[in-house]
Design a protein around this ligand. Sequence first.
Ligand code: G16
Length: 545
Amino acid sequence: MSLNEQAIRSASANHPRPHNTTFAYGTAGFRANADTLDSTMFRVGILAALRSKKLAGQTIGIMVTASHNPEQDNGVKLVDPHGEMLHSSWEQYATLLANAVSDDSLVATVRQVIQATGVDLAVKAKVVFGHDTRPSCRSLVRAVVDGLAALDTDQVNAGLVTTPQLHYLVRCLNTEGTPEAYGEPTVDGYYRKLATAYSTLATGRHLLPALTVDCANGVGAPKLKEFLKVVGNDLLPIIAVRDSTTQAGHLNFDCGADYVKTQQRAPRNVELVPWQRYASFDGDADRIVFYYADADGVFHLLDGDKIAGLVAGFIMDLVKDAGLDDSVKVGVVQTAYANGASTKYLTEGVPVTCVPTGVKHLHHAAESYDVGVYFEANGHGTVLFSPLTLSTISAHSPSSPSASAALSNLRALVDLINQTVGDAISDMLLVETILLHRQWSPAQWDRAYSDYPNRLVKVLVADRTQFVTSDAERRLDKPEGVQAAIDDAVAKVDGGRSFVRPSGTEDCVRVYAEAATRDTADELANTVARIVHDKFGKGPQPASF
Ligand code: G16
């Protein structure tokens, strides 16, 4: 079968590439102001079709979302057959296609990708796509569909879904009818799988007070409500707030996981009831953070690091109680953003790896453990069970009634966790399960260790591509001289640590700083932000803390 060049050329003419814009594949795919993305979405449709053909017609996923970004942005995440992010070796092809300057050069680039990767055009491609609640999704999805049609692709429209639901669907579609079948390839199937596992784990336990969930006014709101209808309020008391998905400008605005984590405060205008549990999703419901206020109204964040500690400890206990601790070892993966106190706490009990920001890096590193717990501090993470570990858990014969109970809990946990990607709903259930089993309040969970005071600052720069990092983003190789200035600033601060890296989802550079006290952490963050802004910044200085 030959390439229908004419079909690509004429469809591409309806999706012209904007002049003077260069598209870069970032931390989680393409992300930019939605008005600039029509041609990129069309070309992503083509790319996904080629990727599917390359992988013998397995289903590839496309999620139209800009997750935590403001409502006027949009973007796209590409999902490989096992439910993981697009393999990094293909990111270069995505970038090439997105930046081809004309319809003719697009056709030539498609040919180049086919040749470089050995795509067999005779293979029928299959792609499932979905989108979040952004108003721009409607037209951008149409562009994706045009790209898919130009390569005569079998299409499954998943409609409005959370990002993790789309990842789940991809894996289910590719494993259906095989020994690795992951579940029923529908959103209802997703709800039933999670609800069944949660019921197994929660039934008979003494219920905790209700959890209040801030849905970031995003897709997590309708999807959480759909799930609650399946699982029932008697097992899972939840109050869903910030659930306005149709009012312009509400998405992620002054609420959501990213706001709560970076501002280190509750969503705006939310009065926290002391000692109650709260959680925030992000805009596409693939991240979650928890928090509470103490009796003095002081805000306490239970972020991805705290979730990793809670989850790793619980799984290690279950593995031990089930009599599997000789054969199943747990490891944790973090990034440079992990609070130093969390890394210190975790390394006392488990091996810990540090990798660059981005689920693709964490997921990959977690695959090297029997049970790999990965969480970014921002609340994006999950747990991976290796194929061998899954067989071990499934074949194991417990030697006592208590070992048998631990084993059945472990088996249910495997189903409760969305192993394709971080998932706010699944992670929420995981945390709720553990708190239920431990009968812990958020403050008891928080007791494991105290975070070092820390601060995250965004600095607007003229060209973030000038910033090049190494050592899992903990060192800045370029621009030259900046790392030495950061080192000097850090050396002056007790317990200081700071790094600078370019964001892969927003047009900014991020500065992270932690230190022994609140004041010195803020001072260090301000100093390093100034070092960056004075020489490379654009616009006003970032506000000081
Ligand atoms: C995405 C990625 C995360 C990453 C975050 C911020 O999250 O999936 O792994 O931590 O962006 O990345 P950066 O600091 O490079 O902007 P989301 O939830 O926005 O898709």
